[in-house]
Structure formats: structure tokens, C-alpha cells
Ligand binder design. Structure first.
Ligand SMILES: Cc1cc2nc3c(=O)[nH]c(=O)nc-3n(C[C@H](O)[C@H](O)[C@H](O)COP(=O)(O)OP(=O)(O)OC[C@H]3O[C@@H](n4cnc5c(N)ncnc54)[C@H](O)[C@@H]3O)c2cc1C
Length: 500
């Protein structure tokens, strides 16, 4: 999810020590906060989920094939159709990947935050900022004109400081935000606690502009519906097992069919790529999320949170959290409605050789750590239960934002590597990848962001060792007043890192 650096070691909680050990051992025990939780994605666990579309059977043809039915693939379909004849193949259900599992923080930035963009592309940062704003506005407009109800609200996001050094960081960030035209309010401790009450808060920075909160499941289903009504043929439960050149086109093979396309947009994110070289640039990093039961009136009053802002910690290891939508205005809960709290992040796990397996999604110690940190943040909610727990793979790149490429002599293009900030950037990713695919010379294809590649991750076993060393270094920096040690400074110098 949003903005900060990649998850940490997981061996210390928000407040470490014996209190943590006691809480951890209790969370899954009978009566513990995780005891009744089920491994289900809250956003997808809804009666609004559409019926599955039939898999591809036999032979088919199209102009543009899209592999992957997350936000990148769905935006690609919507941007290309109805001018082009489009077929989208999704291995599971549309929105089943990261797109249906995220926190729903829809931030405008295309570069994983202004500072990351500035440090990597100083010469084009103004253009990138303008394109971020335009992309965000175009997304909002499409949802409105296509009648996609994704519970889009713009209450703003508060970055909170929970350690003294983070208070200083927020003051610097506030100055930078104002300099670049963003509306942001620096909140001292009492002011932030008046918005949302946690004894851990020492200060906050409330970003009023440049972001929304959405229901990602409804967003994916709405985009899917709009694409279908534009004539896109979508096949779900259709995993593409092989992709090969065929004359002036490409053939995609699946278990029960074969699709011949003139061009292919790959939108497979962190999943095993059909183009091998993507593995050098993108690693899957599991991020974990919990959702509570609906808050009672008493619990609700104890936290405040009347205006429903999104919240993110300021450390390297950060939680992101928000209320689930209840149909109220401007992010506020609807009168009489009981929101839940979505609580995710902090520890993100990489597995040897880009490991991705269903069993990696249910990692007890990580959920226990999340539950423990939740209890430390909101002690007044003692006794609250979590109902949902899940994980999703973040497509982490060493530059923290989308990466593009072409394959099979230009017949295939891809956009991957959003590194936890892809809810809005995926629309831009799809647009730029389509321009590349059609050989168009546009403002987007001329961007250094689109033309350049991140520093590749080293091969295994070095990859695993480097990532673990970085996780430990990030955790240490959090505990040592934010000071980045030798290892992180070295990575900073070569322009590489890890982030979620
Ligand atoms: C837990 C979590 C929290 C996050 N929080 C936020 C957030 O709050 N804000 C934000 O901006 N971003 C967030 N992100 C990141 C964001 O969700 C992603 O960047 C974005 O959804 C990427 O969309 P995508 O379409 O590229 O990938 P995905 O949604 O992962 O879609 C890829 C699709 O490709 C399909 N696929 C893969 N291989 C094949 C194949 N061979 N054949 C057919 N289909 C295939 C998969 O089934 C999948 O559905 C979060 C991610 C996670 C995991």
C-alpha cells in the first residue's frame, strides 16, 4: 500500500517486548481477537460479486488480447474498446489478484510519492505530477460517466507519527507538500487525536488532496461490467500457460483453448510472468490485511474518526488503515451505520525464488503481529474481533513504481511493478503500455519513466539474502530514530531499494 517503505522483520511489534509476546500467544486462542477470523478477502466477500464468465474453449481470434483481469488489464480493455476487438483472459476471477485485495487507497501519484519521482526523474517531475493529476481526474470522471459505484470518497489521508523523529519528518513533508501545491495540514498531537484517537500518535499530516478511498472489489467489478458493455470478450478461469510468436501475431495457449491475437497486453502483475525477463525486475512480496467486525456505537465513540480519513504510519514499516464504506457522504459513516476497520501492512514477506503459493497467504505469526499492533494503537477497542484476514502479492520493483517493456518483436507490451501503489497508477500503466504496443509516439512513450528500466534484482540465492538484509536494515532504522545505516545508504546511492 501507500507511500512508505517496504515491510520489516516481524520480530518486534509496535511496542516490542513482553507485552507483545503475551498478546501474540493469545490472538488465535479461544476468545482472542483472531479466533473467529476467516481467511477471506473482505472486498470480494460480497453478494454484489458477479457470476463467473465462461472459460475460453477452442480456437478464437482478436486484435488485442489482454492477459490478466486486475486493474491494469481492465483499464487496458476499457481504453482500447470499442475501437479494437479485445479479448481478456483471466486465470481466476477479475479482481482476484492484488486489485481485489488492497487497502483501497487511491492515490494519484504515478511515482510512488513525489519524493521518489523527484529523486529518479528530476527533469520530468513536473510533467509526471501533471500526468498524475490528469490520470486521477480521468479515473474519477470515468467512474462517474460509466456509473461505476466504487464508493469513491475523498476525505484525505493522515500520515501519523508514532515515534519522535517522525514528527520532524512530517513537518518537512508538510513544507514540501505546500511547495508543490498540495493542500496539507500539519496536526500536533492533540489535533490528530481529535480526528482519530490513539495514544500512540505524536502528530499527523493530513493530505486533503490527491487521493481517494475506494472499495476495490466494486471498482474491479464495475470496470469489468463497463468493458463487457463495450464489447470486450472476457474469459475467467482461463490461465494462459504459453505465449508464442505466430507469423505477424501471437498465440496464447490455455488448458482448453487457443487465442490468436495481433497484439498482447500483459497485465499479470506479481504472478509468474509469461515473459521471463520480468522476473528480473519484479518480486512478489506478500502483504497482510485484517478487517474487524462492525464497531458498536460505544466503540465508535471511543475512537472518534468522524471524517473517515485514511491513515498511514510514517515509519519504514507502516500500517495503513481505514474505515470500510457504509454509504455516508465524504468518507463519513452513514447515519446509524456501523463501519469496520481495515488494518494492513507493517510486515511484508518475500519467499525464496519469487515463491507464490496459496498456503503463504495464511501466515499466523504475521496476522498475530498485526492484531497485536492494532491493540496497541486502539487499546480502547479491547475485545473487538477480526472477521476477515487475507494476504496479497505486491509487485515490488527496485524503483517502487510501474515498469514497462516489450517482447516478441514488439507484439507484446507489459506494465508491472507498481509496488503497492497501483490502484490509480494502473490506469496510466495500461494507457502507456497500449501506446507502446501500437508504436505510438506520444507524451507518455517519450517519458523517461516509460523508457527506462529499474535496477534488476540479483539472481537467487543472493536475491533472498539481499532482501532479508534490507528488511532488517529498515527495521533497525525505525528503532534508531530513522537513521539509515550503511546498507540502506548504499542502496540509496545506487537508486535501488524495496518497498510495499
Ligand atoms: C495487500 C495489498 C494492499 C495494497 N494496497 C494498495 C492501496 O491501498 N493502494 C494502492 O494504490 N495499491 C495498493 N496495492 C497495490 C495494488 O493493488 C496493485 O498495484 C494493483 O492492483 C495492480 O493491478 P494489476 O492489474 O497490475 O495486478 P493484479 O490485480 O494482481 O492482476 C493480475 C491478474 O493477472 C492474472 N494472471 C496472472 N497470470 C496469468 C496468466 N498466465 N493467465 C491469465 N491470468 C493471469 C491474475 O489472476 C490476476 O487477476 C496493494 C496490494 C496488495 C497486495
Amino acid at each position: 500500500m501507500p507511500r512508505r517503505c517496504w515491510g520489516g522483520c516481524g520480530d518486534e511489534g509496535r511496542h516490542g517486548g513482553a507485552r507483545l509476546a503475551a498478546r501474540l500467544s493469545r490472538a488465535f486462542a479461544p476468545g482472542g481477537s483472531l479466533a473467529d477470523s476467516e481467511q477471506r478477502v473482505y472486498w470480494l466477500d460480497s453478494p454484489a460479486a458477479p457470476e463467473p464468465l465462461p472459460p475460453l474453449e477452442g480456437e478464437a481470434r482478436c486484435e488485442l488480447a489482454i492477459v490478466g483481469g486486475g486493474f491494469t488489464g481492465l483499464w487496458g480493455a476499457l481504453l482500447a474498446a470499442p475501437d479494437q476487438d479485445v479479448v481478456l483472459l483471466e486465470g481466476d476471477r477479475c479482481g482476484w489478484g492484488a486489485s481485489g485485495r488492497n487497502g483501497g487507497f487511491a492515490e494519484a501519484s504515478l511515482t510512488h510519492g513525489f519524493e521518489n519521482g523527484l529523486s529518479r526523474w528530476p527533469d520530468e517531475i513536473d510533467v509526471l505530477q501533471r500526468l498524475s493529476t490528469e490520470n486521477f481526474a480521468a479515473m474519477r470522471e470515468t467512474l462517474a460517466t460509466r456509473g461505476i459505484d466504487a464508493a469513491w470518497e475523498e476525505p484525505g489521508v493522515i500520515d501519523v507519527a508514532t515515534r519522535p523523529h517522525e514528527v520532524e519528518w512530517l513537518a518537512e513533508a508538510a513544507a514540501a507538500a505546500r511547495e508543490h501545491g498540495e493542500q496539507a495540514t500539519l496536526l500536533h498531537r492533540d489535533a490528530v487525536r481529535a480526528e482519530v484517537d490513539s495514544p500512540t500518535y505524536l502528530g499527523g499530516l493530513w493530505h486533503h488532496t490527491g487521493g481517494a478511498l475506494v472499495d476495490p472489489g466494486r471498482l474491479a467489478w464495475g470496470l469489468r461490467e463497463a468493458a463487457l458493455s463495450d464489447g470486450v470478450r472476457i474469459h475467467e478461469h482461463t490461465n494462459v500457460t504459453r505465449m508464442r510468436r505466430d507469423g505477424d501475431g501471437v498465440v496464447l495457449e490455455t488448458a482448453s483453448g487457443r487465442l490468436r491475437a495481433r497484439r498482447v497486453l500483459l497485465a499479470t502483475n506479481a504472478y509468474r510472468p509469461l515473459v521471463r525477463s520480468i522476473r528480473r525486475y519484479v518480486v512478489p512480496v506478500y502483504d497482510y490485511v485484517l478487517v474487524t467486525e462492525p464497531l458498536t456505537d460505544e466503540q465508535w465513540r471511543a475512537v472518534g474518526w468522524e471524517r473517515g480519513q485514511g491513515i498511514a504510519d510514517s515509519g519504514n514499516r507502516f500500517h495503513y488503515y481505514r474505515l470500510t464504506p457504509t454509504g455516508g457522504e465524504g468518507g463519513r459513516p452513514a447515519p446509524g451505520a456501523s463501519p469496520r476497520i481495515l488494518w494492513g501492512g507493517y510486515e511484508a514477506l518475500y519467499h525464496f525464488r519469487n515463491g507464490m503459493r496459496p498456503e503463504l497467504e495464511d501466515h499466523g505469526p504475521t496476522f498475530e503481529l498485526l492484531a497485536s499492533n492494532f491493540a496497541a494503537t486502539f487499546p480502547q477497542l479491547e475485545g473487538i474481533r477480526f472477521t476477515h484476514r487475507w494476504a496479497g502479492a505486491i509487485d515490488t520493483s527496485s524503483r517502487f513504481c510501474v515498469t514497462f517493456g516489450k517482447a516478441l518483436g514488439g507484439r507484446v507490451a507489459y506494465a508491472v511493478g507498481y509496488t503497492g501503489l497501483g490502484v490509480v497508477a494502473s490506469r496510466f500503466g495500461a494507457r502507456a503500455a497500449l501506446d507502446l504496443l501500437h508504436g505510438r509516439d506520444t507524451e507518455l512513450t517519450r517519458l523517461e519513466l516509460v523508457r527506462s528500466r529499474p535496477i534488476p534484482f540479483p539472481p537467487e540465492p543472493l536475491r533472498y539474502a539481499v532482501i532479508q538484509a534490507t528488511r532488517r536494515a529498515l527495521a533497525r532504522a525505525d528503532e534508531r530514530g530513522g537513521r539509515r545505516g550503511l546498507w540502506l545508504r548504499g542502496l540509496d546511492r545506487i537508486g535501488a531499494g524495496f518497498d510495499s
